[in-house]
Design a binder for this molecule. Structure first.
Ligand code: URA
Length: 234
């Protein structure tokens, strides 16, 4: 029975439960009514299902020209999730995100705020390499953003870091500019859950525009401060 079915709810504040995102089971039986958070086993099943869903995508130029699906890397239990744009040549060859030059810079950026790549979870907006490393088209971003949203829901991070304009557009649309939006905490709501989000520059952009690194550094420090403030213990 769902929370909207209010018949037996004189003792329960359903609005409050909905607001807190608590799943509550109605039953006459003496049971533990508060559902447990998703176990790691459920998570890995859900990730496998999502991967298969992406593998089965139809009529996709990206999939048709790529060698491999590039799904994710890192720790799926992490409270930090990083989203890039899409695989490049090396990522396509190895089936792993951020393993080329941009990946090396990403690793150093994480290290600078005492984070190990193994302790975060990394994915991209599109999971197949765009031909000639072109930016994904709006229609492709929109199509893959559905998978990205599911991916975020499954990982359930405390902090979501969107690297670059493609990741920003996938969740916030293309009416905003990264130069204005980076460095601010924003909320993104997915499946009724609010995720704390930071938009920042993409490492590949920083490799081309080194003078922008000072802004990235400010964003990284802000992320570290928030990790400590929430007490994530990483
Ligand atoms: N750039 C990205 O956005 N993602 C990768 O995986 C590699 C480079």
């Amino acid at each position: 029975m769902t929370l909207n079915e209010k018949n037996q709810n004189d003792i329960i504040d359903t609005e409050l439960l909905n607001e807190l995102g608590i799943e509550y089971e109605f039953s006459e039986q003496p049971i533990n009514r508060f559902k447990k958070s998703v176990s790691n086993e459920d998570k890995s099943d859900q990730l496998t299902k999502l991967r298969v869903e992406i593998e089965n995508i139809d009529n996709c130029e990206l999939k048709n020209s790529a060698k491999n699906l590039v799904f994710s890397d890192g720790n799926s239990s992490s409270k930090i999730m990083i989203v890039g744009e899409g695989p490049g040549q090396k990522e396509d060859e190895l089936g792993k995100p951020f393993v080329g030059d941009a990946g090396e810079l990403l690793n150093r950026m994480l290290k600078a705020i005492n984070l190990d790549r193994e302790n975060v979870y990394i994915t991209n907006v599109v999971n197949y390499r765009p031909p000639n490393n072109r930016k994904p088209e709006v229609s492709e971003i929109n199509r893959y953003s559905e998978y990205l949203r599911k991916h975020i829901s499954i990982i359930n991070p405390e902090i979501l870091v969107l690297m670059g304009s493609t990741a920003m557009e996938a969740l916030f649309g293309n009416k905003i500019r990264i130069s204005k939006e980076r460095g601010k905490w924003k909320d993104v709501i997915i499946n009724d859950k609010t995720f704390l989000t930071m938009i920042t520059f993409h490492p590949a952009y920083l490799l081309r525009q080194a003078e922008q690194k000072k802004y990235s550094w400010a964003d990284l420090k802000e992320i570290r401060m928030r990790i400590d403030k929430i007490g994530l213990g990483i």
